[in-house]
Design a protein around this ligand. Sequence first.
Ligand SMILES: Nc1ncnc2c1ncn2[C@@H]1O[C@H](COP(=O)(O)OP(=O)(O)OP(=O)(O)O)[C@@H](O)[C@H]1O
Length: 240
Amino acid sequence: MNGTDTPALRIGGLRAGYGHGDVLCGVDIVARTGTITAVVGPNGAGKSTLMKVLAGIHDRPVRGTVEVFGVDRTRDSARDRLAAGLSLCPERRRVFPAMSIEENLLMGAVTLSPSLARRRVRETYERVPWLAERRRTMAGNLSGGQQQLLAICRAIMTDPPLLLLDEPSLGLSPKVVGEVADLIRTLGEEGRSVLIVEQNVALGLRLASEVYVLNQGVVVEHGPASALADDDRLMATYLG
Ligand SMILES: Nc1ncnc2c1ncn2[C@@H]1O[C@H](COP(=O)(O)OP(=O)(O)OP(=O)(O)O)[C@@H](O)[C@H]1O
């Protein structure tokens, strides 16, 4: 997955909303293959809308283009985008509370053959061993952080080369955010391309190599995480 100039994701002039004007007002983002890219921005900036558009689950008209690994997927269904290697871990975790950990993982593998699904469950248990120890625990009985880790693991059951993460730190304590960050870092080190949207700017800057700042539906800045972290004016103006 490394070593290619074709970006994992190229977003061009993206416009979308909910029928009362645009929430995304012409967004351009390039996420390089094999790296972690972050989109940070305040509440209401349009981050979740962006993720829904990219995953193909925004049910309103969209203008602009979404290319995944060099192929225009703007008009593809969510299912076709998943088949093309793009998987979304949505905001607020959304695990199935009345299903066990293992059943939740298998829900992420419904498009796979039973034997491949079993293999992916085994690989997940190797990556995050406590999931194996508690495989029969109902997801609703897990802590928020554990549910987030489960949700991310479920989103990678198809082994997607491009993973979208919508606010994985939402509502979690700093210690638990650290565990979630460790998992995301591991996924990046495995060569996966990751696009993460975050209100937690510090987390986005810590994890990503390239960072985009989204404000009121517009990219107001982008660059290497190290450069943005040192930009006091930017931090004060948009990121508090
Ligand atoms: N289903 C919806 N119907 C109408 N407006 C919506 C809907 N979802 C979001 N919006 C509006 O779109 C704008 C952007 O919301 P969005 O959730 O994309 O932002 P965000 O950056 O993810 O913020 P947050 O961190 O609060 O989730 C907000 O003004 C919001 O009120």
